[in-house]
Ligand binder design. Structure first.
Ligand code: G
Ligand code: G
Ligand code: MN
Ligand code: NA
Length: 255
């Protein structure tokens, strides 16, 4: 109850922030964009993870307020970054279920004046559960705005090729669980990563390997053809100033 009220207050007080984790092209090691990740600095409890407060927000009907805020803040920041940089914003299942979502995205694009193709929406396959065709229609509406669609956390839970078939995804993010063990002898995960990557390439989808932490993992995903990488081997999520500085440094992503 108290935490819920604090969360409402945090949206306006500035205690809720977006941090940005670089997404790096495997071939060039250059930053091509960021994933926007919510961070909440609670005045008494310190940093609270989105794993805790996003479910709370969904439960208490606050997710559209927070989701709209995050979308706007990310586009606002993106407008100040170079044209070739993209930002990926996570869209929760409940936001996705809101028929007004395309209008909200369209308004945000108009207000911030950014090229729609610079905005990526990260959505998990959970939106296909118990779906009667609404999800496919929603993906189509979003796609018509010119934004890019990203299938997040692929390989966890309910992955299905039918999902890839039913929505015009531009990118697949391979969940970091696949990397765990993938470098160990006898693991089948390397083969699975390779299969997802070639499926993606055949369908004109980029593939981002998430959660890459070691050189061994980087080498593995490079070998299997992933086009992009996101992980602590390069950078964690950075605050806006640090992310901006990272771009301005002109350096490729040095490990
Ligand atoms: O940021 P990690 O660093 O801890 O994020 C934990 C989880 O919170 C991830 O699954 C991520 O997708 C989710 N998350 C982070 N930011 C947002 C956001 O802006 N909206 C939604 N819906 N989820 C988010
Ligand atoms: O939206 P999604 O569930 O994909 O959120 C990405 C999550 O992965 C965030 O919590 C982010 O902080 C986390 N993450 C990003 N890179 C790494 C990494 O290299 N290692 C680990 N353990 N987590 C990571
Ligand atoms: Mn994500
Ligand atoms: Na993910």
């Amino acid at each position: 109850r108290a935490l819920e009220m604090d969360l409402r207050a945090a949206i306006t007080s500035g205690d809720l922030q977006l941090h940005y984790q670089p997404i790096v092209a495997v071939a060039t090691e250059e930053i091509t964009g960021f994933e926007a990740l919510l961070r909440w600095k609670h005045h008494e409890r310190g940093w609270i993870s989105p794993d805790t407060f996003v479910p709370l927000a969904e439960d208490k009907g606050l997710i559209s307020l927070i989701g709209d805020w995050a979308l706007k803040a990310a586009c606002h920041d993106l407008a100040k970054w170079p044209e070739h940089i993209r930002v990926a914003v996570n869209i929760s299942q409940l936001q996705f279920a809101n028929p007004h979502l395309p209008a909200i995205v369209a308004n945000t694009l108009a207000q911030t004046g950014i090229d729609p193709s610079r905005l990526e929406l990260e959505i998990t396959e959970s939106v296909f559960l118990n779906d009667n065709g609404g999800a496919t229609a929603m993906f189509a509406s979003l796609k018509r705005l010119g934004v890019r669609l990203v299938l997040d956390d692929f390989g966890t839970g309910y992955s299905s090729l039918g999902h890839i078939q039913r929505a015009p995804f531009d990118r697949i993010k391979i969940d970091r669980n696949f990397l765990r063990e993938a470098t160990q002898e006898g693991s089948r995960n390397g083969a699975i990563i390779a299969a997802i990557t070639s499926l993606g390439a055949a369908l004109d989808m980029e593939t981002t390997a998430e959660g890459v932490e070691t050189f061994e993992e980087l080498e593995l995903i490079r070998m299997h053809g992933c086009s992009h990488v996101q992980g602590f081997i390069y950078e964690p999520a950075l605050d806006r100033e640090a992310a901006t500085a990272r771009l301005a440094s002109g350096l490729t992503a040095v490990v």
